[in-house]
Design a protein around this ligand. Structure first.
Ligand SMILES: [Zn+2]
Ligand SMILES: [Zn+2]
Length: 117
């Protein structure tokens, strides 16, 4: 299910080129460091499918890793081609929104929903 919170309006590198910024339809802005994104790769090569445990360790990823290409996969995900040649991870917008490391998202792990508008 796509909501404004998981629909990207804009996907661009930050001005200094060091990070990736996604502006969402609900106006929220997320900034991702390439290394953190690479470490969050959800593919079967990075996460053990049966246990759900991450098999990828920080030692396996170059600290200066960066995406050489970013492709849309349908309307629901992005595929990154990384400078370490890894390209099997599909990052759904759900996942990406959940990875947002901003202060606001971090202090509200489970935002309470109010029925009144
Ligand atoms: Zn992976
Ligand atoms: Zn956020």
């Amino acid at each position: 299910m796509q909501t404004p919170a998981t629909t990207p309006r804009d996907i661009n590198p930050t001005e200094d080129g060091k990070a990736l910024r996604i502006v969402w339809e609900d106006g929220h802005e997320s900034v991702y460091l390439p290394f953190d994104l690479r470490m969050s790769c959800p593919c079967a090569g990075c996460v053990d499918e049966s246990s759900g445990r991450r098999t990828l360790t920080e030692a396996m990823v170059p600290p200066n890793v960066y995406p050489t290409a970013i492709e849309y996969v349908g309307r629901y995900a992005l595929k990154f081609v990384w400078s370490d040649r890894h390209d099997t991870g599909l990052y759904s917008f759900d996942l990406l929104r959940g990875l947002c490391g901003c202060e606001e998202c971090n202090k509200m792990p489970a935002p309470p929903r109010r029925s009144s508008r």
